[in-house]
Design a binder for this molecule. Structure first.
Ligand SMILES: [Zn+2]
Length: 64
């Protein structure tokens, strides 16, 4: 299944282990932490937890 990252919009691919899952996953594109809850392969809730700053993501010299 795939979930849309609430921070960057990237589709984060999750394997079958996440078909029944409640907890945090990390977007590997922007490193945002998302808290998700899934049941039988369906996404029930997704909540943005926090964005972990990573140098260079926003471009050189960008103000945060
Ligand atoms: Zn993201």
């Amino acid at each position: 299944m795939k979930i849309n990252c609430l921070s960057c919009g990237h589709k984060v691919e999750l394997d079958d282990a996440y078909d029944d899952f409640e907890g945090q996953v990390k977007c590997f594109v922007c490193t945002a932490l998302l808290e998700i809850k899934t049941e039988e392969g369906n996404l029930k809730t997704v909540r943005f937890v926090k964005l972990v700053p990573r140098p260079g993501v926003w471009g050189e010299g960008a103000a945060i």
